[in-house]
Design a protein. Structure first.
Length: 530
């Protein structure tokens, strides 16, 4: 049996040289809408300019107006639409005919580190790295100029209809506005916006270039720089490699490219990208996306062998314990200087409202219901949907069953979380003026059962009292003494209404409008914190 070398013999050995004279200066131009047999090598190039930072090039190429394929009437019409009938030095077409065409570039690829221009001469291969690969396509900016010219003519005609003597200066009201201090998150959104990028691109000035034809002596001189100027081996150390290094360069190991991730609280990462982050960032990213998660599921998403104690330290920084499950903290979902995407409510207010919903453990949720009525429906719905599910005729229930295994296994964490919840509830009492009797006494939950501590449904009959309508349905603060008369479960089933009382106004079952249509408010459910 023949050896591998006999089956695939070496036919020729070629010396490879790396030319560096045109590094960072060599571009490859492509004309994708033009066949290779019809190049622009012999065309007359009128001007050229470049924006080096953006790698944007524009070329003006003369058109052969004497060609039998050129439509003179169409060329004259285009020039008339663009420049009008007057002759000015700033006219786009100097001979009242479309006699030139503009080519504008776009980047074919942003990463040209693997591309080079090669010349083979006398058994030697000379390589020059490419700075950019640009595709030149026809630009139709003259159509925009024609549209602008048409608008100017129409505006001039309208202005000419009115006499200049009869024209009077209109008094215009001027509104003075002061911009608020810009937050860091708002600045990042502005910097990444399309309008900002367009403005930055327009700020870079054009650099005028002089075009030299293919057969020009200057072009021939510059072409010599494509060859390596120094043939000594010490100057080509990039290509002098061991067989192992050379093989690694030919077939580099697969590496994950760093991609620019979108901004936002619901950023999506692949598991491969996620595991490149520090442990704390991994836990924070998972909780921001999932919102509610048992500890066992969290450990399953992390890399195998991750220390449980380290994960517990990280999770307590970004989440709170509810029925043995972890719920992401409000200030993680709504960071400082952010606002609600629905109502524009500041993040500080959103955090207090969400904490109130999560920590609710009321015997009679009158204050909470009144509070929720004064909020935008979309914000309250977001709070509830993040961690609960709506049940028909039962209100909102917590998404997950109680994780009694975690509660029994980590009593120290449970005790610490209970202390944190007491601190949060104490702050909420001061903010919303709650009373101690509004909070129910703590009770141990039944093992393995996720129950609602209260389900509340209220109905209000029309016509609404004016004071009540203003306080509830116009997003203004409720009256100081506004209370909800809550009925127990049996009363709710047998009684069609639960009434809202606001002294001295009161709504009772003996009201003359008993037969009027009712409107249901949002059912709200509450669960215990453990």
């Amino acid at each position: 049996m023949a050896s591998g070398e006999d089956d695939d013999p070496v036919v020729q050995e070629i010396d490879v040289y790396l030319a560096k004279s045109l590094v960072d200066k060599l571009y490859l131009f492509q004309y994708p809408v033009r066949p290779s047999s019809m190049s622009y090598d012999d065309a007359t190039h009128l001007s050229a300019k470049i924006k080096p930072k953006q790698q944007k090039v524009e070329l003006e190429v003369a058109l052969d107006t004497m060609s039998p394929n050129y439509c003179r009437s169409k060329g004259e019409q285009i020039a008339l639409n663009v420049d009008g009938t007057s002759f000015e030095d700033s006219s786009t077409y100097s001979i009242k005919m479309m006699d030139k065409q503009t080519f504008s570039s776009i980047q074919a690829t942003t990463n040209t580190s693997r591309y080079a221009a090669a010349i083979f001469r006398k058994g030697e291969l000379h390589l020059t790295p490419l700075q950019g690969i640009l595709q030149m396509r026809p630009s139709f900016s003259y159509l925009d100029k024609a549209d602008n010219k048409h608008r100017e003519r129409e505006a001039a005609n309208e202005a000419g209809d009115s006499s200049q003597d009869e024209a009077e200066d209109d008094v215009k009201q001027i509104t003075v506005r002061f911009s608020r201090p810009e937050s860091e998150q708002a600045r990042q959104r502005r910097v990444q916006s399309y309008e900002f990028l367009q403005k930055k691109q327009a700020e870079e000035p054009w650099v005028l270039l002089h075009y030299h034809g293919l057969k020009d002596s200057r072009s021939e001189h510059e072409r010599q720089y494509l060859y390596c100027q120094s043939m000594a081996g010490s100057d080509n150390t990039e290509l002098v490699k061991t067989p192992g290094e050379y093989l690694s360069m030919l077939m580099p190991p697969v590496s994950e490219e760093k991609a620019v991730m979108p901004m936002g609280p619901s950023n999506v990462l692949s598991m491969a990208q996620l595991r490149t982050l520090p442990l704390g960032d991994q836990v924070k990213t998972l909780m921001k996306n999932v919102k509610v998660m048992p500890f066992a599921n969290l450990m399953g998403l992390l890399a195998s062998g991750t220390d449980c104690t380290a994960v517990l330290r990280c999770i307590q920084q970004v989440a709170m314990l509810v029925q043995g499950n972890w719920v992401v903290k409000s200030d993680v979902l709504y960071p400082k200087n952010s606002c609600s995407p629905h109502s524009g409510v500041p993040s500080e207010v959103l955090c207090r409202g969400r904490d109130l919903v999560v920590s609710a453990d009321f015997r009679c949720p009158a204050s909470l219901t009144t509070f929720l009525l004064c909020w935008q429906r979309s914000d309250v719905k977001d709070f509830l949907e993040q961690m609960s599910a709506s049940r028909i005729n039962r209100g909102w229930e917590f998404l997950l069953p109680s994780d009694t295994d975690f509660i029994k296994k980590h009593p120290d964490v449970v005790q610490r979380q209970n202390m944190l919840w007491l601190g949060i509830q104490s702050k909420l009492e001061k903010v919303f003026n709650f009373k101690k009797e509004d909070f129910a006494a703590k009770k141990e939950p039944q093992p393995g059962i996720s129950v609602l501590s209260f389900t509340f449904t209220a109905f209000i009959r029309r016509p609404y009292p004016e004071r009540l309508t203003t306080s509830i349905y116009r997003d203004s603060p409720p009256p100081e003494k506004l209370r909800v008369k809550c009925l127990d479960d049996s009363s709710i089933q047998s009684t069609p209404y639960a009434f809202i009382h606001s002294p001295p106004l009161a709504v009772s079952s003996s009201d003359s409008h008993h037969s009027r249509r009712t409107e249901s408010l949002r059912p709200v459910g509450f669960w215990r914190n453990l």
